[in-house]
Design a protein around this ligand. Sequence first.
Ligand code: FA5
Length: 359
Amino acid sequence: MDDLEKEAYADIESAENPEELKKLRIKYVGRKSDLTRNLRGLKDLTLEEKRTLAPKLQKIKRSIEELLDSKEREFSSIKEAAKADLTRPGIRHRTGHLHPLTIMERKVVDIFSSMNFSVVDGPEVETEHYNFDALNIPANHPAREMWDTFWLKPSATSEIIAKNLQISEGAKERPGERLLLRTHTSPMQVRYLETHTPPLQIIVPGRVFRYEATDASHEANFYQVEGLMVGKDVSLANFKYVIGEFLKKMFGSETEFRFRPSYFPFTEPSLEVDIRLVGGKSKSNANLKAIAESRKSDWLEVMGAGMVNQKVFEAAHYNPGEWRGFAFGVGLERLAMLKYKIPDIRLFYGDDLRFIDQF
Ligand code: FA5
């Protein structure tokens, strides 16, 4: 039997196909095999002989059967593999990725965080008070026209409060006040000053809305990042340094920018920051040239800014003249257009995956 076991092992190992294996199964463990015959013959032996031989024979049978089974599995897996065409190209799964504006917002947040600015959030549904009045833009002031406004129906107010949308405390304090979709992130200046004590430095990224016609550089829904730094002796020099650092970190030291005098009721003095699209030292390309052509200028305005008007501190119940600060509001799409050389702002909100998939 020991010889038979060895022989069976060698035969099974060298079997080349399932048919051969089938024959070996019949030969070694089939009904008419020597092994089965011997097992059957056990009944004619003495009890003593049965006790020693039976377990031995059964063990040999089991191990031959196990080897046959494993060899059979081997043949069936080879058969499965043969069915697969290993030369066929794989299926590429589409993975998700961030929208270019999200990438841009994160870059802005990273740079300002590295300069110790905190990031805060504000409500998109604002009151007339925070969006305009507290920023020194009274009802009859011509500057209100700078921000064409989406007003909410008076009946919407209670609905919004009921839905628990982010809405100013002021709306509850001054019931009946008109609500609007914020036209800029500047309302957060007063809101934050009311609830915190300077010195402070924050940025407020957020979505803003304007009722205006769209073109290559204007959208009705866009993103701004507000900045506010307040201290005892914050000056315009601090502003120039912080913004200069920000622009250099964002666009590299070769990009040219300029500070240009401007007007906002909530800053004094006020200025705007432009980035050079074509000409000078700036590295340009066809898309940036297209923006320049559509705007009829070699420069693209990216932010409004200035020293916080003392009237804003007063609106937040501060003593006049006690604190000084600078504020700015930068357009996120405009930054992304410059960074990624995108000729039209409307691409960000379109559904063209060929554009979105590039990021
Ligand atoms: C403001 O909104 C002021 N709140 C900015 C400010 C903040 C001034 C703090 C002083 C102190 P302005 O309307 O210029 O300003 O908009 C600021 C920036 O938002 C612009 O420079 C531009 O980059 C972007 N922006 C303005 N309008 C649009 C628009 N329709 N589509 C896309 N981006 C826009």
